[in-house]
Design a protein around this ligand. Sequence first.
Ligand SMILES: Nc1ncnc2c1ncn2[C@@H]1O[C@H](COP(=O)(O)OP(=O)(O)OP(=O)(O)O)[C@@H](O)[C@H]1O
Ligand SMILES: [Mg+2]
Length: 387
Amino acid sequence: MAPREDKAFERALPMGHVAGTARRAPSTRAGDGISLSAATLDELLAAAEAATGSAAEPRAGTSFSSAYALGEGWRLFTAVLPDELGVPQARGVVLPRWTREMLDGREDLVPGGTFYRDHQYLLYRCALAYLRDVPLALHGHTGLGKTEAVRCFAALLGAPLYRMNLHGLSTTDDVVGKLLPVGHGKVDFQDGLVTTAVRHGGILLLEEMNATGQEVWFALHGLLDGSRALVLVEKDNEVVRQHPDCRLFSTFNPAEYSSLYPGTKELSAAYLRRWVSVRVEFPDTDAERRILLERFPDYRAEPLRTTLETMLDVSRMARRLLLDRARAFDFVLSTGLLVTWAQFSRDVGPVEGARMAFYDILDRRTKSIFRDQIFAYVTDWDTESLD
Ligand SMILES: Nc1ncnc2c1ncn2[C@@H]1O[C@H](COP(=O)(O)OP(=O)(O)OP(=O)(O)O)[C@@H](O)[C@H]1O
Ligand SMILES: [Mg+2]
């Protein structure tokens, strides 16, 4: 079953309007935020400033282009989205940052602020799902920044991130917890990562959600429905209620590309209806150029500038082939691979850089398509050495 897409997401999470919003005292509850909307971004920023009593500042030195700090206590996440008549509207969610008391010694679980360029307003969507306490699934091809978006969101909020990689052999014991020997013939129940996050609060990120089996999904059902609780069967059926500051996020790759993502399964309708979801697409060329230039500023000047543009052309072409003819060309030249390619091209040039970043792992047929239909078509590089 196909997950619900962006539009449904917007409908599923109704937004309030800013008029009359009372000024907020600093909050200590993670979910205690506000949803705003206004005709323009400037008006939205003014409303957020009025509501929190702090000036809005873009995250300096980074490209959190859609996230703002409102003093130390608040973060604003913005998006410009069309309303039902197609008129662009500025939308915003203001969330309180996690306090030291809320972290309670878990500072090391707060991700460091790596560079992330917002794409499809994913930070705003994360913030809205967080505010409404609705689990959010980000799905799409590999290397498109799904994990980075949630990491960056947690970093901006100063929230602990519990990240669990699911796979074909994951068991409910791994997720929920299990009985372990503690000596003297005794056993004790040890919480799994999910139980830990549910008990203490934080951002719980379930990665590769569709790579695992149904029994794991079923173990999570209680968390996703109205009861918002986990039952620890092996611990005398202890009921662990979801901490008020615990939020669920997940990522997965599209199961319809079975040759690209072996082991992924179609998620059941019963499971998916418990999530809202966003299909993450390839960023546009301009966004990717910015990501690369932010990472590697030496590409701003020639001769690397020209190399960069050609690499972007190659990526565009490779993606077109993937989207048009996935059966013939099942390779994803992701943003992540482009970053790796750019990193090595500086040292060894774009052709050898391509070999190291992705070319050598391709099968013979894909290699020949790459040479004849991509490199030969959009570059003037000598790719003889790739044979
Ligand atoms: N929007 C972005 N801003 C900055 N870097 C990005 C962005 N998107 C992707 N990247 C780069 O791509 C790499 C891969 O991103 P990430 O791991 O988040 O992908 P993913 O969508 O979670 O992939 P997978 O499905 O394989 O888990 C990141 O480490 C980062 O270098
Ligand atoms: Mg990921």
